[in-house]
Design a protein around this ligand. Structure first.
Ligand SMILES: *[C@@H]1O[C@H](CO)[C@@H](O)[C@H](O)[C@H]1NC(C)=O
Ligand SMILES: *[C@@H]1O[C@H](CO)[C@@H](O)[C@H](O)[C@H]1NC(C)=O
Ligand SMILES: *[C@@H]1O[C@H](CO)[C@@H](O)[C@H](O)[C@H]1NC(C)=O
Length: 340
């Protein structure tokens, strides 16, 4: 009897743990002047069975709305705040967390704090402040008794890699190692994930002669890439495994990878179509849900946040930047995709 109950307990636990890691999350950016309210956005996620969201800024109204729907959140600590947080101490960092985040959202609902977004790619001024800010925030979470519950990391562009082909040759760009190595030490010591934003769409449009569309798109007819004994059928897997190889090259094994952004736009470029977005995002959801892992780490689940909930009409850059939304403003899906 006891054995049966114990067994039931453990199998339930294992099921919940893997189901959790396998869930898909969605990013909710708000660079637009026509967006539904944060409340409507939080309800839209909930009604589609999505229980995790990435919010880029600790905006009080958005945090409150998502707290009300019990959404599990990964919340950005803005690049612009890193100087302040790096030069502070644990008490100042604690006050910052309380007044910017925990006044509006219960710590129970916070999964990760993403300290800086793509700093090494587009905001290098803040590079030297990244790890000191993370350390101060970590000490603050320790004082609050939240360091086991809320993990800290920073989201990187996949350009932190100087080599990614074949995936086993994955290596970080030398110029970033002085920041990345102490960060990897922190992630290793605290059991936190390495976070990467990766867009096979950009790889394709920047180099269409060398990156086949079907390989970027997770299409069915991609010509496989061989890497020793491993076979890659898509760029998404190849990028994750290149990151894993790069971390191992620096001596860090077993740090999980979280894909904090990936997606495919529906307009603004020849291959930015609803059909392609449905294929790419649909395949990503399928892979996450199945827990298939990657060729280098089969069965190791990869947590993914799809970009983006809605189109953001004020985004700068190419026209396609404005068209990553999965949902239209009225809450209907822009294309057929099974999200869970
Ligand atoms: C944090 O950054 C925002 C801009 O994103 C700025 O308005 C605010 O003053 C900063 N706060 C601190 C404490 O650095
Ligand atoms: C957030 O939601 C929880 C319920 O899940 C509630 O207890 C709490 O008061 C809410 N607000 C804040 C600021 O934590
Ligand atoms: C840190 O890395 C070492 C060596 O790669 C590994 O044995 C250890 O389990 C890691 N710690 C955590 C918390 O992941």
């Amino acid at each position: 009897m006891l054995n049966a109950v114990t067994l039931l307990f453990f199998s339930t636990f294992v099921f919940l743990a893997s189901a959790d890691a396998n869930q898909i999350g969605i990013c909710h950016g708000r660079v637009g002047d026509n967006l539904p309210s944060p409340h409507a956005a939080s309800l839209l996620l909930k009604s589609n069975g999505i229980s995790k969201a990435r919010l880029f800024l600790p905006d009080p109204a958005i945090l409150s709305a998502f707290n009300a729907t019990n959404t599990e959140l990964i919340i950005g600590v803005p690049n612009e705040n890193l100087t302040y947080l790096a030069s502070s101490d644990a008490n100042i960092a604690q006050n910052w967390l309380k007044s910017n985040i925990f006044s509006f959202v219960s710590p129970d609902h916070v999964r990760y704090l993403v300290v800086g977004n793509e700093v090494l790619y587009k905001d290098t001024f803040y590079s030297q402040y990244l790890v000191p800010a993370i350390n101060n925030l970590y000490n603050a979470l320790q004082i609050l008794g939240l360091d086991k519950k809320i993990k800290l990391s920073s989201a990187h562009a996949s350009s932190v890699l100087s080599s990614s082909y074949p995936p086993s040759a994955g290596a970080f760009d030398q110029q970033f190692l002085s920041v990345l190595v102490p960060m990897l030490q922190f992630l290793n010591q605290t059991g936190s994930p390495f976070m990467v934003n990766t867009y096979p769409f950009f790889s394709y449009i920047n180099d269409p002669t060398n990156v086949p569309l079907s390989y970027a798109l997770l299409g069915p007819d991609a010509v496989p890439v061989k890497d020793g004994d491993l076979v890659y059928t898509n760029l998404f897997d190849a990028t994750i495994d290149a990151i894993v190889a790069a971390m191992e090259r620096e001596g860090f094994k077993g740090i999980p990878v979280v894909v904090t952004e990936t997606g495919w736009p529906t307009a603004g470029h020849m291959v930015a179509t609803k059909e392609n977005a449905a294929i790419y995002n649909g395949k990503i959801v399928e892979r996450v849900r199945s827990g298939v892992g990657t060729p280098r780490q089969p069965g190791v689940p990869v947590e993914v946040y799809l970009f983006d909930l809605y189109d953001e009409n004020l985004k700068s850059g190419g026209e396609f930047e404005k068209h990553f939304g999965i949902f239209s403003l009225d809450g209907s899906k822009l294309y057929n995709i099974d999200l869970n």
